[in-house]
Design a protein around this ligand. Sequence first.
Ligand code: LMR
Length: 320
Amino acid sequence: MARPKIALIGAGQIGGTLAHLAAMKELGDVVLFDISEGTPQGKALDIAESGPVEGFDAVLKGTNDYADIAGADVCIVTAGVPRKPGMSRDDLLGINLKVMKSVGEGIKAHAPNAFVICITNPLDAMVWALQKFSGLPAEKVVGMAGVLDAGRFRHFLSLEFGVSMRDVSAFVLGGHGDTMVPLARYSTVAGIPLPDLVKMGWTTQDKLDAIVQRTRDGGAEIVGLLKTGSAFYAPASSAIEMAEAYLKDQKRVLPCAAFVKGAYGLDGLYVGVPTVIGANGIEKVIDIKLDKDEQAMFDKSVDAVKGLVEACKGIDNSLA
Ligand code: LMR
């Protein structure tokens, strides 16, 4: 059986990390694409040369030609620019929308059967635009955000409780922006919901509120530290988890920016929700029941995403 083909669009920090992870996990052969000449070729060769040391079998190719992604099973899109300290993800909308147009057209022409995972910001609006530009089925085009945001939430919770992150589960809903909704009621330590842990005296509501806020600000915290770019290790790991769920038909329950129509009272919008990912892409959107406060936070987040989608339509008439 032929090995799966994984196309990585964008050979920056995340693209290079994705290529290394995909090869180390032997998820398939990797094509690393970028418009910058030499960068994808250099990174692909460098990673391939780590193969004999690490002991993985994967063919890596760097390219500036979209034709080389032909027949890809998975495309992970990181192309575009990251934010700088002081910027919000939304400030990238105009510049990254143009990038999504050429990427979407490249995928449409060469890899129309791929499962497409978008990482470019502002995430929810960019994945919406990428689906429109590529014309691929909505269940095959998704955004990587929830796994990353939930991963950050889990990390901070494991530090607070002094327990292994393996025993911490967390859910984050909504857009991947300042209005994201970390859901304490559906997040647990060893199956015990966070509000119950407050009642048991294991932590305080104030500490929990601070962790929720730190999760919301997780991307900006890294941008502030790095100064010249944004997070790349955790975003790459998160996208690889989604790619693996698709390639191995794992039916993983993962939060991601999926196209939601019907569930959550939405009429067709990309926003972060828990989903089941398997061989058909997004196989199910899990419609969690929200209480009044959670619903209000989710609605605010949805409104923010809708505003960005409208802004995209205002910039590019073909999206209107
Ligand atoms: C993240 O959350 O790390 C990414 O969305 C990058 C960013 O600008 O915060």
